[in-house]
Design a protein around this ligand. Sequence first.
Ligand code: PMP
Ligand code: GLN
Length: 383
Amino acid sequence: LVARMREFGTTIFAEMSALALRTGSINLGQGFPDTDGPAAMLERAVSAIREGSNQYPPGPGVPELRRAVSEHRKDHYGLDYDPDGEILVTVGATEAIAATILALCEPGDEVIAFEPYYDSYAAAVALAGAVLRPVTLRPVEGRFTFDPAELRAAAGPRTRAVLVNSPHNPTGTVFTRAELDEIAQLCLERDLVAVTDEVYEHLTFDGVEHVPVATLPGMRERTVMISSAGKTFSVTGWKTGWICAPPELVRAAQTVKQFLTFTAAAPWQLAVAHGLRHELDWVSSLRADLESKRDRLTAGLSAAGFEVYRPAGTYFVQTDIRPLGFTDGLALTRELPSLAGVVAIPTQVFYARPERGSHFVRFAFCKRDEVIDEAVGRLAGLG
Ligand code: PMP
Ligand code: GLN
């Protein structure tokens, strides 16, 4: 294995899901729902296969999906993206992020990302031979946010891009317009590209609104907007994502994407096009369900003695384990199956500087109510 990838080993999601299986624990680690997406959308995938959508689709993606993404961007955010030239379908958001970073960064270039960050960011930056400049999100009055001065200090002459994930995994923060303005100002002043990971765009609670960076003044022209179907439609195994960006940025990402995967699987693309066009009411009820599951899990974890950060979006709850007398989240999550029969994610693995997050543990609530209740019951004896 090349030196620049050696530190990455096995992802925490693979490690923790294997631990859950091995120990028969409840898996509140890896974020995937335990119920299926909208039935008609699942049927559309089946009919797509039966009708013969089984050969290579065009490299940029099936036209029907590109048109559905374009309409969705217009309807929800008032953003115009041309389905021919400004939209690229990818194998999940993960490939979109990797292709974009590989397309933008020369070796030695720098990418700013907010830590804790989704684990693929650091790996994509390392694959490009680039350098990740972390800006730490810290709790302020129960919500994770950043210090604008720290953000500005992270930008240097080699900075090429800022990776922005909102709603944010794993903290549950949904960046406010004011926070996004700080990021946009920096991009405009320093001529940076904003690479936005919006896979939780529909999963916000309490009426909190998701604001795409591309809607801020001057930003559409320098934003690579990324999303995917996995979280919106509870089909994380379909790995269907997309990039919306100005033509030259899409061309750059597509040049790389051609040689990563060439194209993405056809049947899911047709089904996701159906989802974006016809299943947004289903998504609204998913959002309402998740809001009540969030309340269920946060109440249970608080009662068990965790300090809980109530998320405004995503399907994760960030907790501080110190009130329970623990200090090392990695050690605790490895012990948690034997202590309580539950699996969670140690947030420290999402930090460039793990010591900044060693006391945080993340729990997923995209699970049936009885699963959440059983997990909470088991955790009640922990303290
Ligand atoms: N970004 C974030 C913040 C995520 O939590 C995930 C995990 N679903 C991804 C990207 C990857 O998305 P996909 O499965 O579409 O590749
Ligand atoms: N996005 C999910 C999470 O954060 C899972 C991603 C994965 O398994 N790679 O838990």
